[in-house]
Design a protein. Structure first.
Length: 135
């Protein structure tokens, strides 16, 4: 039997000015956004975002974290799912985001590994403070 899942339209990172970039500063507001479409009503669907550093999973968030009704039934339409990344607790380095889509009771149906990559840099003020403390 064919299984219907949300169709991903667009994945991107944005800052608080709605600009998409590949490099951000520690503590800067960064959001992961996914736009998707549901073409038929779906029961128990979910989209999972996994934040990784050096292949290690750091954070997992589901679209139903904000709206648990999506687990019961997602109606036809276009939707967005927005996650604020915790850049204030991350270390400087390279990160990636993977996406899984699936259905409860069936499991993961699509897996998109490291579909977005980006870099977090130390801000100059933090680097300057550390340097001055070490002097």
């Amino acid at each position: 039997f064919p299984v219907t899942i949300p169709q991903i339209i667009k994945l991107y990172l944005i800052d608080n000015n709605n600009l998409s970039r590949k490099k951000y500063q520690l503590g800067e507001e960064v959001f992961f956004k996914i736009d998707y479409e549901v073409r038929e009503p779906i029961k128990g669907s979910n989209i999972c975002m996994v934040l990784k550093r050096n292949g290690l999973e750091l954070l997992c968030s589901f679209d139903c974290d904000e709206n648990e009704e999506n687990l019961i039934k997602t109606e036809i339409g276009r939707f967005s799912y927005l996650v604020k990344l915790p850049t204030d607790i991350l270390k400087a380095g390279l990160y990636s985001i993977s996406i899984d889509t699936g259905l409860i009771g069936i499991g993961v149906l699509n897996k998109y590994e490291d579909i977005i990559t980006f870099e977090i840099n130390e801000s100059l003020t933090i680097s300057s403070r550390i340097s001055s403390l070490q002097s």
